[in-house]
Design a protein around this ligand. Structure first.
Ligand SMILES: [Zn+2]
Length: 441
């Protein structure tokens, strides 16, 4: 029987600090920086070798936004502008409204020029669609969201769309409003999407415990600490950050045969930027080293054998799930521990849209643990506050993950998984990053 030290009460205090005292921590914001400094100071207080690693992020801000239906006269419709897509300026634009089921190339013809497009679908090939949109220059885009009434606040859109295809002012409306507009044959609208963007620094916080027996083997355990705008992100992901921090305390106390790196990732919510930066640096450093010495097979990338990603945790109402990218044994090991400990976990293989996938993109197997509801009830909404979390839920999740790490990482005589990602999953990872416009890390 493994002796377990993870303390849910301690982890809950970390969540209070992040989600209540600091509060919302949008990607690239001052509050995100404040959270990073605090996490770093906690890691240092544990006696861990700690560093803050910076990277750039383009952030956006909405100055003013409005959607008004002029024909028939329906007044204003609630909307959220995507600030990185472009700006209409304060005066906005007025134009005929065209509803397209999707913005696939079949629908993007010269007669969309000078119009405002509304769409509920997603195209098969976004790059092709953006190319055509930049050619035919509609005045603005209105995306109908799948959520019936609540609009997520975080969706800045990628600045790469503007960089590569030019300005395309865009806003989002809730599904019920989209339905209303289509049903009533709305044909003319006024759109204000006034925005600003700037490039700032964000940061990952990395703390290390050196392995006492096999320090050359590295396991990365982490979760993102940023949030979407205006949301305290208690479950997503003060929860995962808190578990990461408490695990750092636990393994500092217990010791570990292998080196463990604890990561608090920045800017996950705007495209996994923190973990992507980490993975890209590992890959580039490794390529450089191999250019100098062909036989080099001990770069940090070579030595990093697993990433454990924690995203969405702490809810007392919810279910446990995990997603693996790696050999079949990785999935099997979680199922095995789930049965042994009587902790129900749904385990699937495949891409989870979170930081573990960045590391898997450069060949590091990953497992993401999370605890949410099947339809992500509170995801990216202001309801994701501390009232739906409790120390008991954290305790159970934390101990399961501690036990997992203890057996397979900290105490295992030989590392139990091959460092390999099956071709089918590699393809899935490539497709995932292709959709993001930014390409692979
Ligand atoms: Zn998250």
């Amino acid at each position: 029987m493994t002796k377990l030290l993870f303390d849910g009460e301690k982890a809950f205090k970390y969540i209070e600090k992040l989600a209540v005292d600091i509060g919302t921590r949008p990607s690239g914001s001052e509050a995100e920086k404040k959270a990073a400094d605090w996490i770093a100071s906690e890691f240092k207080a544990l006696g861990l070798k700690t560093s803050i690693e910076e990277f750039e992020v383009t952030t956006g801000r909405v100055v003013s936004q409005k959607l008004e239906v002029l024909e028939p006269k329906m007044g204003e419709i609630p909307c959220e502008v995507m600030p990185l897509f472009g700006s209409t300026g304060p005066e906005g634009v007025t134009g005929d409204l065209v509803y397209l089921e999707t913005y696939d190339e079949e629908y993007l013809t010269p007669d969309i020029e000078g119009k405002i497009i509304m769409t509920s679908g997603r195209p098969k090939d976004r790059k092709k669609s953006y190319r055509l949109l930049s050619k035919f220059k509609p005045l603005a885009m209105i995306f109908i969201e799948s959520s019936p009434r609540v609009l997520a606040k975080n969706l800045w859109g990628s600045h790469l769309v503007k960089e590569k295809y030019g300005e395309l002012p865009a806003l989002r409306i809730a599904f019920m409003d989209g339905r209303k507009l289509v049903q009533s044959g709305a044909s003319r609208v006024h759109v204000v999407a006034e925005t600003e963007s700037k490039t700032v620094n964000s940061q990952n916080v990395i703390a290390e415990i050196e392995g006492y027996e096999r320090p050359e083997e590295i396991i990365v355990v982490g979760g993102h600490y940023d949030t979407v705008l205006e949301v305290s992100g208690a479950g997503d992901n003060a929860g995962g950050t808190a578990i990461t921090m408490e695990l750092a305390r636990v393994f500092k106390e217990k010791g570990t045969k292998r080196t463990m790196k604890f990561a608090a990732w920045g800017c996950e919510e705007v495209g996994l930027l923190g973990s992507r930066d980490y993975a890209t640096k590992l890959r580039k450093a490794s390529e450089e080293a191999k250019k100098e010495n062909e036989d080099e097979d001990q770069t940090e990338l070579d030595r990093t054998v697993l990433c454990v990603n924690l995203d969405v945790h702490g809810g007392f109402l919810g279910t446990n799930s995990s997603r693996t990218l790696g050999p079949p044994e990785l999935k099997a090991s979680i199922m095995l521990l789930s049965k042994e400990t009587g902790t129900v976990f749904t385990v699937n293989e495949g891409v989870y849209s979170s930081d573990g996938t960045s590391l898997s993109a450069v060949g590091i197997p990953s497992v993401s643990f999370s605890r949410g509801t099947p339809s992500n009830t509170f995801m990216h909404s202001i309801e994701d506050d501390i009232s739906w979390l409790n120390p008991r839920a954290l305790h159970n999740q934390g101990r399961f993950i501690e036990e997992y790490l203890t057996r397979y990482v900290a105490e295992a005589a030989a590392f139990p998984f091959e460092k390999e990602i099956p071709d089918k999953q590699k393809k899935e990872i490539e497709d995932y990053f292709k959709r993001s416009l930014r390409g692979m890390p």
